[in-house]
Design a protein around this ligand. Sequence first.
Ligand code: HEM
Length: 350
Amino acid sequence: MSVHYPKPIKVITGHKSVREALRDTQSFSSDLQGDADVRDYRQLPLEVDPPRHHLYRVALAPYFVKPTIEKLVPIFRAHADRLLQEYFKNPPADVISTLALPLVMHNLGAIYRRPQDVAEWISWGPDVWTAESHVRDGKVLHEYLDRIYEEAISGRTNDVWHEIARLEIEGKQISAAEFRGIAGVMLAGGRDTVVKLFTGIMWHFGHNKVDLDLLRNKPELINSAIQEFLRFLTPLPQMNRTTVPESTTQDLPDDRYVGISFISGNFDETVFENPFHINLARGRNPHLSFGFGPHTCLGNHIAEIEARVFLESLLSSNYTWKVHAEDIHFHISNLESVPDSFRKLELRLI
Ligand code: HEM
């Protein structure tokens, strides 16, 4: 999930300042509308402030809690084992399109009880806004959202969309626009972020067999390894806030946006020793990859459980690989060793 906004005039950086800003929803409000080029509705609960924000969080929480997701672990494992085997049968193939994206979409199909949609979601590619198009237009996503809303409202389905369409906020069933906003984030939030996490894990082990061997010998490090991959890769590096809540006035200054740099917090040397080194045994790891404060990622347990199963599957396999070809866009200035986006990654077994 990356949201497009006009470039902010100011960006808040550093672990402490970022956390303070994320908690201060009055000065740095989420009452804003991103992706204005491709949508005219709010993504929810992302683009609303407390106290209304809290009502959406409470309504959606049951879909994201740990015990609900843990029940799906055997299904995630079967997906990971099968897709890894298929991937390494025909190397070198692209990790993003033939392993990471299909895996994340199959898992989401199980979570949302929509396995019939998985092939369609995969066909969109990693970014929902550019599906079937070279430019951002959102047409494919919006056609899908309208179709599932119609289906859900007419009562023909028995899945997550059916339940979401009937959610009540303050005793009132949500509108079609609210459904778009919620379902859109549920589809986009756990897509490019987790794809980037899985791709980054394969990339790191492709360059650092020592770390793969370390985890194979010490599987008790899996959880700290997941947190370290999340920190280093920071799949969602920055989001915006507005200093003027957009629904309070028509008079909106152009310079109202402030960027909140999660990634700057993750590489803050006052908090993380040697932050540019991927240390899978790193102890305390208060990374900001899932944000902080009221909007902390709702899908964090999903991402962590999916990552744990993926790593367990990798470790119990006999595969060891190196990078055959890569096309990576790195961050700039002092973060130039940190991947921003993976465009292609091909691996070879060794
Ligand atoms: C590695 C994977 C992920 C990363 C790095 C990530 C990152 C984030 C971040 C930084 C935010 C906070 C945005 C802000 O403060 O403006 C967020 C919010 C959110 N994420 Fe994730 N996310 C991940 C996976 C997921 C998954 C798997 C889902 C669901 C399937 C999901 C759903 C959401 C939702 C619904 C929100 C909005 C929460 C709110 O506004 O209260 N995310 N995510």
